[in-house]
Design a protein around this ligand. Structure first.
Ligand SMILES: *Cc1c(COP(=O)(O)O)cnc(C)c1O
Length: 387
């Protein structure tokens, strides 16, 4: 194993046809704001069963745009999960809103709908749930909560492209669903993201936000059209546009999604078959009616059965060439959030599980040998530190 490069926890898989598609756009007239963006939007929307799609420059930009479209502003509270990447909550702060963290379920580590309901006040305007590791959150319960309290439901599905919930693809089920195309995610555009929605009014606001708040549609003008040069800035938007050559990559990558998903499932099954026998670790669970997209494979250590803590196990696996990671440090634990007044200890499930979790490598380009190496290393390290 020492002769090998370390196995990362995730990475992209680029093929010749991906590269050719990007080059073709580079040779064309439109590098940005051309037709390939729309083609990528339509193709992903169709795949996920959503009516509208707006592609942007990152998953983070997608979350920010969704908060804008939901009308989040100062004084508004948004219920979200503590166990996610910081962007899931940062986007609320960008809009001047207040994230309120609701604890996760102990099994799937997605937002606990009971905790989410308890976190709602008369200031709550939206919920941002996240499909942890690729397992869909409780969309049925959370959409019902949204209907009962008139909240906008935003699904951070950065982990869940290709996942299904009660037989339906993630992407058309929440008021807005966001995806990321960062290289560690299911398909990549380098950097990139998308928001899907079935609501036309929301899609219009998302488009406005993506490009400076500008509209060039005469039917939407607030003032009189002054001539061919005229346009209006109708809100404070950003430049969150994605390029056509990125979307060309996104399109050819999307064509490989089923193959990529099958490989992720295969790796998850291989891990489960062997690691399920080890008493010192707990494996991720999949609820009936759900199909995970297996973005991550987070195992949990049973620390009471081990002689050392998570840090030692983590270091030993890294030393063995396995690019393990931890997902996630609870968002309210970060210094920026501590300075905003969030206290530790209010989310016992997320905070407890954080102390004992390790994400194993899982990505479609893994070879059988890589998978074997991960399994061998986990068995050895756990065996070495067994009580
Ligand atoms: C990757 C990720 C994001 C951010 O996406 P970027 O494209 O990197 O900006 C947001 N939320 C979650 C849960 C993610 O994993």
């Amino acid at each position: 194993m020492a002769d090998k490069r370390p196995i990362p926890y995730a990475r992209q898989w680029i093929f010749d046809d991906d590269i050719e598609a990007v080059i073709a756009v580079l040779r064309s007239d439109w590098l940005t704001q051309g037709a390939v963006i729309e083609q990528f939007e339509r193709t992903l929307a169709e795949r996920c069963g959503a009516r509208h799609a707006v592609a942007v420059s990152s998953g983070t930009a997608a979350l920010h745009a969704a908060c804008f479209a939901a009308g989040i502003g100062p004084g508004d509270e948004v219920v979200t999960t503590p166990l996610s990447f910081a962007a899931t909550a940062n986007c609320v702060l960008y809009q001047g809103g207040t994230p309120v963290f609701a604890d996760v379920r102990p099994d799937t580590l997605t937002m606990d709908p009971v905790a989410a309901k308890a976190a709602c006040t008369d200031k709550t305007k939206a919920v941002i749930a996240m499909d942890y590791a690729g397992h869909p959150c409780d969309l049925g319960e959370i959409q019902a909560l949204g209907r009962a309290h008139k909240l906008t439901i935003i699904e951070d599905a950065a982990h869940a492209l290709g996942a299904t919930y009660r037989g339906k693809p993630v992407g058309g089920l929440a008021d807005m669903t966001i995806f990321s195309f960062h290289p560690v995610k299911h398909i990549t555009t380098g950097e990139g993201g998308m928001i899907l929605t079935n609501d036309e009014a929301l899609s219009e606001r998302l488009r406005l936000f993506r490009s400076h708040g500008i509209t060039r549609d005469p039917h939407r003008y607030v003032r009189k059209d002054e001539g061919g040069w005229y346009y209006e800035v109708q809100a404070l938007g950003f430049n969150y546009r994605i390029t056509d050559f990125q979307c060309a990559l996104g399109l050819t990558q999307l064509g490989k999604l089923d193959k990529f998903l099958a490989k992720r499932r295969e790796i998850a099954s291989a891990y489960a078959a062997v690691l399920g026998e080890i008493e010192e670790i707990e494996l991720p669970v999949t609820l009936p009616g759900c199909e995970s997209a297996w973005h991550l494979y987070p195992i949990r250590l049973c620390l009471e059965r081990l002689r050392v803590g998570r840090a030692e196990i983590f270091r030993a696996l890294r030393d063995a060439g396995i690019g393990v990671n931890v997902h996630y440090i609870p968002i309210p634990w970060h210094p920026h959030y501590q300075a905003l007044g969030y206290n530790k200890g209010e989310w016992p499930v997320a905070e407890g599980v954080y102390q004992r979790m390790i994400s194993l490598p899982i990505f479609p380009a893994m070879t059988d040998r890589d998978v074997e190496d991960v399994i061998t290393a986990v068995k050895k390290v756990v065996g070495d530190f067994r009580k």
